[in-house]
Design a protein around this ligand. Structure first.
Ligand SMILES: Cc1cc2nc3c(=O)[nH]c(=O)nc-3n(C[C@H](O)[C@H](O)[C@H](O)COP(=O)(O)OP(=O)(O)OC[C@H]3O[C@@H](n4cnc5c(N)ncnc54)[C@H](O)[C@@H]3O)c2cc1C
Length: 486
């Protein structure tokens, strides 16, 4: 890269210094580098939800410290990204700007406009991939179109991309004679209760314990998973109480770890195991490609966050049921596996994938509530809230998406509970008022004999709700609604 004054790296969804080609490109011998993060409050891109904002705080704090070791000051600003960038470029006489690419249509449009504007001002701009294994436009069908179905997408992506090794962290940049003292104090953004600008009651206790910020924490989580959970991932990833998922999604969402880094660590572990973990690696890599596939849908789709991918769902008779929606958000539906999931989400900012499918199915089918309301709730409460994976998965469950589960596949919350949480460990953890029930009745407390309920200290309708809908009737109602649009 040819530039001869100062370079700027604009961080967005890539808050790390490892496997960071934009940063490596910004660092040129003898020249200082500045880093920028803009909290876009002007609606240029989808505004982050509450839990993700909290996660952002830890990620940015750690990024700032990591960049300091490379002599790169991190400037934090709120407002319009284009204006902020341009004014910083002028103030610091920057002549080259680097970033990692984004894939949401609103972000792509913003990046294109900014790139054109900066280039017209004579600034060099270069962008890189550090977020995906395979960028959307690199994986095409034989006819040159984009994939709508996962399996052929995954096959094509695997065939197309052979070098997925992460790039090493760069050497330090040339130090500033006088480091610029610009931008906001992170605490002034009010992202955590510790900040004087925080305005809400403190709902973050369970998040603090679970999601320490930074690249080192992301790596530690990856290593913990490789030690304790990777062996058996292929089948164990479906069991919410088992230690067989990585818990990396919040770190992938902020970019504290890259998918190339995660994949490489798993590959190395599998290679060292001499074949014993090959099936687990294959499944883990496949899940990372699900993430890429979601980005593929986001990039090529016509606003997957607000529009049904299948237009026939535009006339679906969704129910306008605020009371039911509220019960769902609070984990008070009377269906233990659903309530366990919704409470896990509220307390930890995370929910196990299997249970995300169960709770999303329950909302869209048992309660007949529009998937967009559920998507928005997840967006606000998930620490891994992702502009691609969240809407793509909601549409998948609702049946309105590309390559979606058919609408008539309605998860039965009782059998999902007994199949995937057979000893009730997950339900007992998150719905402790039912902990005393024997396994046999844990997922159907309303069918338990009065004596057993009494012995377990359960009073239906008082200590734990009765089911807010009858499973069989709800299922029939959902199928009838689906018939209307078929
Ligand atoms: C209704 C619904 C909403 C979801 N919303 C999000 C979201 O906002 N953000 C998000 O990252 N994931 C979302 N997912 C996908 C999935 O549930 C999470 O990625 C996964 O539970 C994260 O846990 P993990 O890192 O322990 O997963 P692991 O099993 O360890 O998987 C490793 C990685 O693979 C990727 N991955 C796994 N499953 C999927 C999937 N179905 N789709 C896309 N990527 C996947 C994730 O990046 C994950 O971190 C959603 C799923 C559903 C059903």
């Amino acid at each position: 890269m040819d530039h001869n004054a100062r370079a700027l790296i604009w961080f967005r969804e890539d808050l790390r210094i490892g496997d960071q080609p934009a940063l490596a490109a910004a660092i040129a011998p003898g020249l200082p580098v500045i880093a920028l993060y803009v909290l876009d409050t002007m609606g240029g891109v989808r505004s982050p939800g509450g839990a993700f904002r909290w996660k952002l705080h830890g990620a940015l704090n750690n990024l700032r410290a990591a960049l300091a070791t490379l002599n790169i000051p991190l400037v934090l600003q709120q407002g319009d990204a284009a204006e902020t960038l341009e004014s910083l470029i002028q103030t610091l006489q920057v002549d080259a700007v680097f970033w990692s690419r984004r894939y949401a249509p609103d972000a792509v449009a913003q990046d294109k406009a900014i790139m054109a504007r900066l280039k017209s001002l004579g600034t060099t701009v270069e962008s890189f991939n550090s977020k995906l294994l395979a960028e959307p436009w690199t994986v095409k069908t034989g006819a040159g179109g984009s994939f709508k179905v996962f399996t052929p997408f995954c096959r094509a992506a695997r065939a197309r991309h052979s070098d997925l090794r992460p790039r090493p962290a760069p050497d330090a940049a040339h130090p500033w004679d006088t480091p610029p003292d610009l931008g906001d104090d992170l605490e002034s953004w009010g992202l955590t209760p510790a900040s004087p600008a925080w305005t809400e009651p403190d709902w973050t206790e369970g998040l603090n314990a679970r999601w320490p910020g930074g690249e080192a924490a992301a790596k530690a989580r990856m290593h913990g998973f490789l030690e304790d959970g990777f062996k058996g991932y292929k089948d164990g990833r479906n069991l919410p109480a088992a230690p067989h998922v990585s818990g990396l999604s919040p770190y992938l969402a902020t970019g504290e770890i890259s998918p190339r880094q995660a994949r490489q660590a798993a590959l190395t572990a599998a290679e060292q195991a001499g074949g014993a973990l090959d099936a687990d690696f294959e499944t883990f890599e496949r899940e990372l490609y699900w993430r890429d596939f979601s980005h593929n849908l986001l990039f090529f789709g016509d606003d997957i966050t607000t529009k049904n991918h299948q237009p026939k769902f535009d006339t679906f008779p969704w129910a306008d049921d605020d009371a039911a929606f509220k019960a769902w958000t609070k984990g008070q539906t009377g269906y233990p596996i659903v309530d366990a999931g919704m409470r896990e989400l509220w307390h930890t900012g995370y929910m196990h994938n299997r249970i995300r499918m169960v709770t999303a199915s329950f909302l869209t089918k048992h309660l007949l509530i529009d998937w967009r309301r559920g998507e928005q709730w997840f967006w606000d409460t998930l620490v891994d809230a992702d502009p691609a994976s969240n809407p793509a998965n909601w549409q998948w469950v609702a049946g309105s998406g590309a390559d979606a589960a058919p609408y008539f596949r309605i998860f039965n919350p009782m059998t999902q509970g007994t199949k995937f949480d057979p000893d009730g460990q997950y339900v007992r953890q998150w719905v402790p008022e039912l902990a005393g029930l024997p396994d046999k009745h844990l997922n159907t407390p309303w069918e338990a004999p009065a004596l057993i309920l009494e012995k377990a200290g359960v009073k239906l309708g008082e200590t734990y709700p009765k089911p807010i809908v009858d499973h069989k009737a709800a299922r029939e109602r959902a199928l009838a609604a689906y018939k209307e649009i078929k």
